[in-house]
Design a protein around this ligand. Structure first.
Ligand code: FES
Length: 157
């Protein structure tokens, strides 16, 4: 369902908000998958907030909707079930731990690779959840797996 009636312009339509489900349902399941303008996304409900991102992991296309959510360095992340990459729910950053090899006593520190997973916008209106695809022009690593060849969902759910 388009919120802003942009059916006339296909380019604008790709970035119009799409209804994906009811708030009651996602609050119970804490996650859902959806196809938004032919792009597969996963929506998480975590600690009272909604987050949407490309469903396939930026590393090798792992199914993020099947991962666990854990906190690292105080940031909530989805942990990819394939190779355990950690992706922040709020920003799509890839987190990793690094250690200074010249200082064996040092504790590993959490670092960010920058935004690797494309994050989309979730809006809630009268108990309905909508997702608007990101149209940020930067090249995001997860874009590669958001093409037709890597689809995992056959229809909106
Ligand atoms: Fe996600 Fe490798 S595919 S960590």
């Amino acid at each position: 369902m388009d919120l802003n009636g942009s059916e006339q312009d296909p380019e604008m339509k790709a970035y119009s908000a799409v209804w994906v489900g009811r708030e009651d349902n996602i609050k119970k399941s804490e996650r859902m998958t959806a196809v938004v303008h032919d792009r597969e996304v996963v929506i998480f409900y975590h600690k009272g907030e909604y987050h949407a991102m490309d469903i396939r992991c930026y590393h090798s296309g792992g199914p993020l909707h099947l991962g666990d959510i854990e906190d690292f360095d105080g940031r909530s992340c989805i942990v990819c079930p394939w190779h355990k990459y950690k992706i922040t729910l709020a920003t799509g950053e890839g987190l990793y731990q690094s250690i200074n090899p010249k200082d064996p006593s040092a504790k590993p520190k959490w670092c960010s690779k920058g935004v690797m997973q494309r994050i989309h916008t979730v809006t809630v209106d009268n108990g309905n959840i909508y997702v608007t695809l990101s149209n940020d022009s930067f090249k995001c690593n997860s874009d590669f797996y958001a093409t037709g060849n890597f689809k995992v969902i056959k229809s909106s759910s």
